[in-house]
Ligand binder design. Structure first.
Ligand code: ZN
Length: 199
């Protein structure tokens, strides 16, 4: 990288910090950006700043949105008695893409992981318990990933919620262990949802 001048190197270094971007890709992106018109660069940087400034967590389901209440939570035609618990807004999007789930969501924003020092208080569990107390919920579908942490989190939530008399189910296996929901095809995802088992 010593072939490039300081400002180019700085841009390459910043781009290289993005997930999945190695040095070669970072270089390609940097030169692409330098080829862009001033207006394009302005639009691009504005989009980043605008998203960073205005995106927040939905006050109900904790997903990332630019409104106080996300479009799913504020949609009266969704079944608000059925809550699917997911790890991230990206997992929520994966289920929304197949368009077969008519309930609402709760985004944990992580999973319990003693190895990484992430306990129950570090994910959005308190918010989930609050919703269960305030809303008339019939079923909780736990759709955390099938990693060790995802399974442990599912069991933890199940033990916490079942005494309240709410039906708790877990999406079916068939999703490879350690599989990231976001990368699983829609058919597998739909089968996992349809074949969910009560905990
Ligand atoms: Zn919401």
């Amino acid at each position: 990288m010593e072939y490039y001048s300081e400002k180019i190197n700085k841009l390459i270094a910043e781009l290289g910090m993005l997930p999945g971007i190695g040095t070669k890709s970072a270089q390609r992106l940097a030169f692409h950006i330098l080829d862009m018109s001033d207006e394009q660069v302005e639009r691009f940087t504005e989009a980043i700043k605008d998203a960073k400034k205005n995106v927040r967590h939905c006050r109900n389901c904790q997903c990332l949105t630019d409104r106080e209440l996300c479009p799913i939570c504020s949609n009266p035609s969704r079944n608000h008695k059925m809550i699917m618990v997911v790890e991230s807004t990206r997992d929520l999007a994966a289920y929304e893409k197949i368009g077969k789930f008519n309930g609402v969501y709760h985004v944990l924003n992580g999973v319990i992981s003693p190895m990484l020092g992430i306990g129950p208080a570090d994910i959005n569990l308190k918010e989930l318990m609050q919703r269960l107390q305030q809303e008339d919920v019939e079923e909780l579908v736990i759709a955390t990933n099938s990693s060790v942490e995802g399974e442990a989190t599912a069991m933890y939530i199940s033990k916490l919620v079942k005494p309240a008399g709410i039906k708790v189910s877990r999406i079916a296996s068939g999703i490879p262990v350690g599989g990231d929901l976001e990368y699983i095809d829609e058919v597998t995802l739909l089968r996992a949802l349809d074949g969910r088992v009560e905990l």
